[in-house]
Ligand binder design. Structure first.
Ligand SMILES: Nc1ncnc2c1ncn2[C@@H]1O[C@H](COP(=O)(O)OP(=O)(O)O)[C@@H](O)[C@H]1O
Ligand SMILES: [Mg+2]
Length: 303
C-alpha cells in the first residue's frame, strides 16, 4: 500500500463496453456503451435494477465472457479481446465473489480444498503448501481452524461466503469483483461480511468492483457509484452525492421492500432470462433508487 501517493493510479478502466447476447430474434444488447474506472485500493459500486446488466459487466471484467466491443483496461493492458492464453496472467489478478455461496462452491470438496484450488491451478503442486496457505486464508476471513475439513453443506450462508472470499483471495488478486456478494445473507451477517471486505481492503489495498442493487450496502462500501438502467449508465459519481440526489424511480416497487433488506435478494430464476432478453422489462420488485436512498438515509442517520 502507498498511502503517500498523491495521484491515485487508475487500476481498472472500462471504456464503451458493449455486450450483446444472441437471442432467438437476433441479438440483445445487455450492456450499452458503459464506461467507468476505479483507482487502485478504491471501491466502485455498480447499482441498478435487476436485469440492467450488472452481472454482464462483472463477467466481462473477469472475462467469463468476451464483450462485443469496448475496452477493459487493467494497468496498461486492454483485456477485452485477449485470447485465453494471453489472459492467463490476468486470471489471477482479477477474481470474483459470487452471490450464491451455495451454488458457487463444490459440495463434494472440503473447505481447505476449495480455498486451495486456485493455488493448484497456479501451479502450487505440494498439497501441504496449499493446505497451509488455505488455513492462513481461512483464518484471515474469520473461519476457525476446525472448519478446514468441513464441506459447504456444514457451513452457514455467511461462512460459505467467507469461504468464497478466501478462495478469491488465494491467487493474490489486485481486483475483486463482488457480484451481489452479500445479497443472499441476513442483514446482520451481511454487515459482518461487509466489515470483513473493508478490513481486507485496508490491509491489502485490494480494489473492489462491488455490484449490488441495495443502495444501503453501496453507501457502506463504495466511494464512487455507477447507476445503471437497461444496460446504460444513467448516473455516476461520488456515492454520497449520487445518493443524496437520486434519479427518478425505475420501478414501482413497494416501499416495504426498500426498508427490509432481506427482501432484496436479487436471485433471478433462469427461465425468466430468455423472456427478459426478448422484451427487456422489469419483472422483479427491486426497490427504486429513490426509495432505497431514503431508506439508506434513515438507516445511516443513527451511525
Ligand atoms: N446468456 C444470456 N442470453 C441472453 N440474455 C441474457 C443472458 N444473460 C443475461 N441476459 C439478459 O441480459 C440482461 C442483463 O442481465 P444481467 O447482466 O444478469 O443483469 P443484472 O445482473 O443487472 O440483473 C437481462 O435482460 C438478462 O435477461
Ligand atoms: Mg446479476
Amino acid at each position: 500500500m502507498s498511502e503517500a501517493t498523491a495521484q491515485p493510479e487508475t487500476l481498472l478502466a472500462v471504456e464503451d463496453l458493449v455486450v450483446e447476447y444472441p437471442v432467438a430474434t437476433g441479438t440483445f444488447r445487455a450492456v450499452d456503451s458503459v464506461s467507468f474506472s476505479v483507482s487502485r485500493g478504491a471501491t466502485v459500486a455498480i447499482v441498478g435494477e435487476s436485469g440492467c446488466g450488472k452481472s454482464t459487466i462483472a463477467k466481462s471484467i473477469v472475462r467469463l465472457l468476451t464483450p462485443t466491443s469496448g475496452r477493459i483496461v487493467i494497468g496498461d493492458t486492454d483485456i477485452a479481446q485477449l485470447s485465453e492464453r494471453a489472459l492467463r496472467p490476468f486470471r489471477s489478478r482479477v477474481q470474483m465473489v459470487f452471490q450464491d455461496p451455495y451454488g458457487s462452491l463444490d459440495p463434494h470438496l472440503t473447505a481447505v480444498d476449495i480455498v486451495g484450488e486456485p493455488l493448484r491451478l497456479q501451479g502450487v503442486r505440494a498439497k501441504n503448501a496449499r493446505a497451509k496457505k488455505s488455513a492462513e486464508l481461512m483464518d484471515r476471513v474469520g473461519l476457525p481452524s476446525t472448519a478446514l475439513h468441513r464441506r459447504p453443506a456444514e457451513f452457514s450462508g455467511g461462512q460459505r461466503q467467507r469461504i468464497g472470499i478466501a478462495r478469491a483471495l488465494a491467487s493474490g488478486p489486485e481486483i475483486l469483483v463482488c457480484d451481489e456478494a452479500t445479497s443472499a445473507l441476513d442483514v446482520s451477517v451481511q454487515a459482518q461480511v461487509l466489515d470483513l471486505l473493508r478490513e481486507i481492503q485496508k490491509d491489502t489495498g485490494l480494489t473492489y468492483v462491488f455490484i449490488s442493487h441495495n443502495l444501503g450496502v453501496v453507501r457502506e462500501i463504495s466511494e464512487t457509484v455507477v447507476v445503471m438502467s437497461k444496460g446504460r449508465v444513467v448516473e455516476s459519481g461520488s456515492t454520497a452525492e449520487v445518493l443524496a440526489h437520486p434519479r427518478e424511480p425505475y420501478t414501482q416497487a413497494p416501499r416495504a421492500a426498500a426498508l427490509d433488506p432481506t427482501a432484496m435478494v436479487g436471485i433471478k430464476p433462469r427461465h425468466v432470462l430468455s423472456r427478459q432478453a426478448a422484451a427487456p422489462q422489469q419483472t422483479e420488485s427491486t426497490p427504486s433508487l429513490a426509495e432505497q436512498s431514503s431508506a439508506a438515509r434513515s438507516v445511516g442517520a443513527s451511525s
